[in-house]
Ligand binder design. Structure first.
Ligand SMILES: Cc1cc2nc3c(=O)[nH]c(=O)nc-3n(C[C@H](O)[C@H](O)[C@H](O)COP(=O)(O)O)c2cc1C
Length: 200
């Protein structure tokens, strides 16, 4: 996209629309961002699936196993960073956001209900993510991976299911172009996004 000075006002809404569209499009590279967390000594990054993007609440949402390292880190430091990259359009978004972990609460229950039953097995590992095991595997009871696994059988996953809700405070946009690169930063200032163009 070619940008003009006036786009500083319209770009945040456009980016939120793009993020929202990515949540329901498996081929969209914005659907698989990198989520960065820290334990205050080191940072840790991993790919997650973007499950929600709500501009009115400034929220990005991911699901995870509540026993994962990222959850421990978010409980130590709620500030997370999301990295989105579209290699075709050569657009990078770096987003910083305070992130709450929801487990066994109303938010977790709502998302669990909305989660297709066949996806619920992913939270049914009988060991925490990152535990060392003697052979390659996922520590999920094979019976739970059969198409015949019932909602009731898969309910054991609910206690491991966590919803990460990030409230975005800064979005940094970078677009590479043959005629020149463009970079802008948007900070949430009480009621609106305040933007600045930056030297790339
Ligand atoms: C394409 C792809 C999508 C992934 N989606 C998720 C996800 O939505 N949630 C998640 O917790 N892990 C997801 N993972 C696995 C994470 O990248 C990571 O390996 C795992 O969550 C353990 O991370 P942690 O130990 O740092 O918490 C995904 C990995 C790939 C390759």
């Amino acid at each position: 996209m070619s940008l003009t000075a006036a786009d500083l006002q319209t770009l945040p809404a456009r980016l939120w629309r793009e993020l929202d569209a990515a949540t329901s499009d498996a081929a969209n590279p914005f659907r698989t961002p990198v989520l960065g967390t820290t334990n205050l000594f080191e940072c840790s990054m991993r790919v997650v699936i973007l499950r929600g993007a709500d501009s009115s609440k400034r929220q990005l949402i991911a699901y995870t196993d509540a026993r994962a390292q990222k959850v421990h880190q978010l409980k130590l430091c709620e500030q997370a960073h999301w990295l989105f990259y579209d290699p075709v359009r050569r657009v990078q978004l770096r987003i910083s956001a305070g992130t709450m972990v929801h487990q066994n609460d109303r938010i977790a229950a709502e998302h669990w209900q909305a989660l297709p039953v066949t996806n619920r097995k992913n939270y049914c590992a009988n060991l925490p993510p990152g535990t060392d095991i003697h052979a390659p595997g996922d520590a999920i009871d094979p019976a739970l991976k059969l198409p015949t696994a019932t909602k009731k059988q898969l309910e054991i996953g609910y206690e491991n299911f966590a919803v990460l809700v990030s409230t975005v405070d800064q979005i940094e946009f970078l677009q590479l172009g043959d005629e020149g690169h463009v970079r802008a930063v948007f900070n949430w200032t009480a009621v609106e996004w305040t933007g600045l163009w930056l030297v790339p």
